[in-house]
Design a binder for this molecule. Structure first.
Ligand code: 5AD
Ligand code: SF4
Length: 438
């Protein structure tokens, strides 16, 4: 019938939800194209976790003004976390009156309906739900990740970290039923998927909003115990909730990757308190020790923020100290960005941009050094890699990831794609390793 382009901002959850938008579009006869200029429907699936994500989305929506003027039949839709903020959708339509459809995070399943209404002649479709509704299992996904697939296990977050907008735009925690999750994972494995990432803002709280459902460690075990050889990852874990039971399950089940993403945010207990994280730096380190004593090889990755309101030099020094002590395999590092409506946005002592910049530069340099050292330590070792694509930068080479999530490039026949391959590491850099099949 026509063509579509989806532009996605933000986290894995959004990437996955764009796969749902793709399924809805394909269900109505649309096929994907690479460029908005060639599309009949363009969807912006937005993020609002930091200001720059919103700025980029706004810039790209604005850039389509002329295209829309040339082709009034082009349908422009905006959805996701940005539009779900109070009053934001209306403001967006005011700024970009040429946008046709606006909806939020809670009613993504209804996108097909909105598209039909627009095509049926309705000039503007502005549809937002105030609150989350029940989980809808009827809309599928058009996955685009090769041998890897995301599987959502829960929606929303109850934690209200003081800097974070997510609880306001994604609502309270809602878990999917384990039978639905297991059925979905099984179908994916039967269809050739070899790596599953279980997704949720706070996976350790899985099942707590339902009665008669397993808790997260049991769910993880049940997923890992499905027949066949495959990999399971999960994200994100909150340090206050990740417990020994999860680690024991990881140690026992060969299909579960020994890899944990455990956002620390800060190394200062005082900042953590004001972030409402409900753990101290000492608690975090104790958790890391617990993980490493049970699983010495477990990869640990994290999220860290600099420039939270009131962050003193001593607090930042504590963050550097924690990073040195833990030696994360990798870290996502962020500059604090005030989000309207969150408690931290109204806190005194917001940190000047120049100070934030200096701190982030120092933090990134430290973590890069550690990441490089950890990568170099793999030289000479043989690791298992799930071959998942051709290396576009090097002819005759494939790439894939280790259990710990590192990217590896190696010479190999495309027939190996989708298989687990033993690779001896010969060289290591910050972003990728190189090796040979053994
Ligand atoms: N400013 C900067 N970073 C943020 N994050 C969440 N909210 C903000 C904010 N207001 C970061 C956290 C979180 C990651 C997904 O994004 O580190 O773990
Ligand atoms: Fe945001 Fe905290 Fe929830 Fe993560 S746990 S989504 S940082 S409120």
């Amino acid at each position: 019938m026509g063509t579509y382009k989806i532009v996605t901002y933000g986290c894995q959850m959004n990437v996955h939800e764009s796969e749902k938008l793709a399924a809805i579009l394909k269900g109505q006869g649309y096929s994907p194209v690479d460029r908005a200029e060639e599309a009949d429907v363009v969807v912006f699936n937005t993020c609002c976790v930091r200001e720059n994500a919103e700025r980029r989305a706004e810039g790209n929506i604005g850039a389509l003004k002329n295209l829309k003027a040339e082709r009034p039949d082009l349908i422009l839709a905006v959805c996701g976390c940005m539009t779900q903020q109070k009053g934001r959708a209306e403001a967006l339509l005011k700024k970009f009156p040429f946008v046709d459809i606006v909806f939020g995070t809670y009613n993504i399943d209804e996108f097909g309906l909105y598209l039909q209404r627009r095509r049926g002649g309705e000039k503007k479709v502005l549809q937002l739900w105030e609150k989350e509704g029940p989980i809808d299992e009827s809309v599928g996904y058009d996955r685009s990740g090769g041998v890897h697939a995301y599987v959502n296990i829960m929606y929303g977050c109850n934690n209200f970290c003081s800097y974070c907008i997510v609880p306001y735009v994604r609502g309270r925690e809602r878990s999917r039923k384990s039978v639905d999750i297991l059925r979905e994972v099984k179908a994916l494995l039967d269809g050739g998927i070899r790596e599953i990432t279980l997704l949720g803002q706070n996976v350790n709280s899985y099942g707590q909003d339902l009665t008669g459902e397993p808790e997260f460690p049991e769910l993880l075990e049940q997923v890992g115990d499905l027949p066949g050889k495959f990999r399971v990852r999960f994200m994100t874990s909150h340090p206050k909730d990740l417990n020994e039971r999860v680690v024991r399950v990881l140690a026992k089940s060969p299909n579960l990757c020994n890899s944990i993403h455990l956002p620390v945010q800060s190394g200062s207990s005082e900042i953590l308190r004001r972030m409402n994280r409900r753990y101290t730096a000492e608690d975090y380190l104790a958790k890391v020790d617990m993980i490493r004593s049970a699983l010495p090889e477990c990869a640990l990755t994290t999220d860290i923020m600099v420039g939270f309101p009131g962050e003193r030099e001593e607090d930042f020094a504590d963050t550097l100290k924690l990073v040195e002590r833990v030696r994360f395999d990798s870290a996502f590092t962020f500059v604090y960005s005030p989000r309207k409506g969150t408690p931290a946005a109204g806190m005194p002592d917001q940190i000047p941009p120049a100070v934030k910049k200096r701190r982030i530069t120092e933090l990134v340099a430290l973590q890069n050094r550690i990441s490089e050292q950890k990568a170099a330590a793999l030289i000479g070792q043989t690791v298992e890699v799930l071959a998942d694509g051709e290396d576009l930068k090097k002819k005759g080479f494939l790439c894939g990831r280790t259990e710990g999530g590192r990217l590896v490039s190696f010479r190999g026949d495309p027939a190996l794609l989708g298989q687990f391959v033993s690779v001896r590491i010969q060289a290591a850099g910050l972003s990728a390793l190189r090796g040979e099949v053994v």
